[in-house]
Design a binder for this molecule. Structure first.
Ligand SMILES: Nc1ncnc2c1ncn2[C@@H]1O[C@H](COP(=O)(O)OP(=O)(O)OP(=O)(O)O)[C@@H](O)[C@H]1O
Ligand SMILES: Cc1ncsc1CCO
Ligand SMILES: [Mg+2]
Length: 282
């Protein structure tokens, strides 16, 4: 057990005690599941995307989650407006750049939100994160076509350049703020067979950011918690439908004590990051 595991347990307790409101401007595909995931975890979700409502809503939220999964122009304006208000209030803003790299609209919107909406934490799969630096990345849709190791090699520099924390998910997860880097293990292959588990990881990161002012430790805590819940769900269910339900249940039943003793978070040395086959130099 290390300090990050202790912090994860403390953050989970804080969420369950304080029930933070998480304002989500998210996609149609995952709205219901992510709202249920936040409720199971112990947070309070609200989905609100009307341009003339988001400033008021975000003003009493503990965190704002922006997800570009099903974009349209009014939603983009709402995300920028909500982000600006969150930034002015010092409220954490978490971005999920769903499908960034697949189309020009997605890539441009993701980078615009990062510039204009006060983003503190970005959570995406490897291809989405790579696209934030490389024009013309090979993403075809919302699923990753690159490995976590590919993206981890550049994420630390990108985090420094953008002044944000970056979380890359996949079979293993990497979190970096440019100075500190951690690897989180856990989860289950069925997580990639249920749509929106990445969006759910991002929403959960919103709940942790609402109780932890350090986006790096908030992201490590959230992914360690979600990874352990995925592992538990995989022990209960062997196919995607029942896995979805088992995952929601695991978010509800996992205790801070279990998280502290069973989660897998490794702090990586400054000059190294991890790949699926071992350590890679940055
Ligand atoms: N093969 C795997 N083994 C273990 N955990 C996994 C695996 N694939 C994904 N995960 C976990 O699933 C969650 C979602 O990660 P993923 O990278 O698939 O997101 P995503 O591609 O953005 O998903 P979506 O777009 O469907 O929301 C993360 O918590 C990650 O750790
Ligand atoms: C499948 C899909 N398409 C747009 S958003 C989304 C949910 C997973 O990212
Ligand atoms: Mg995604």
């Amino acid at each position: 057990m290390n300090d990050l595991a202790l912090k994860a347990a403390e953050n989970l307790s804080r969420i369950r005690e304080s029930n933070p409101l998480v304002h989500n401007i998210t996609n149609y595909v995952v709205m219901n599941y992510t709202a249920n995931a936040l409720l199971s975890l112990g947070a309070s979700p609200v989905m609100a995307h009307a341009e003339n409502e988001v400033e008021e809503m975000v003003s009493f939220a503990g965190a704002l989650v922006l997800n570009i999964g099903t974009l349209s122009d009014p939603w983009i304006r709402a995300m920028i407006t909500a982000g600006a208000r969150a930034r002015a209030m010092g409220t954490p803003v978490i971005l999920d750049p769903v499908g960034s790299g697949a189309t020009t609209l997605r890539t441009r919107t993701a980078t615009r939100i990062i510039r204009e909406a006060g983003v503190t934490l970005i959570r995406g799969n490897a291809s989405e994160i790579l696209s934030l630096q490389q024009e013309g990345s090979g993403t075809r849709g919302v699923d990753a076509v690159d490995t976590v190791a590919d993206a981890a090699n550049m994420a630390s520099d990108l985090a420094t350049e953008l002044g944000v924390t970056i979380a890359i998910t996949g079979p293993e997860d990497i979190v970096t703020d440019g100075t500190r880097t951690a690897r989180i293990l856990g989860g289950h292959p069925l997580m990639a067979k249920v749509t929106g588990t990445g969006c759910t990881a991002t929403a959960i990161a919103g709940a942790f950011a609402a109780v932890d002012p350090d986006p790096f430790t908030a992201a490590c805590s959230a992914l360690a918690f979600f990874g352990l819940a995925g592992q538990r769900a995989g022990e209960q269910a062997s196919a995607p439908g029942s896995f979805m339900i088992a995952l929601l249940d695991a978010l509800y039943t996992l205790t801070p004590e279990e998280l502290k003793s069973e989660c897998h978070i490794d702090v990586l040395p400054p000059a190294e990051t991890a790949g699926e086959t071992g350590k890679l130099s940055r």
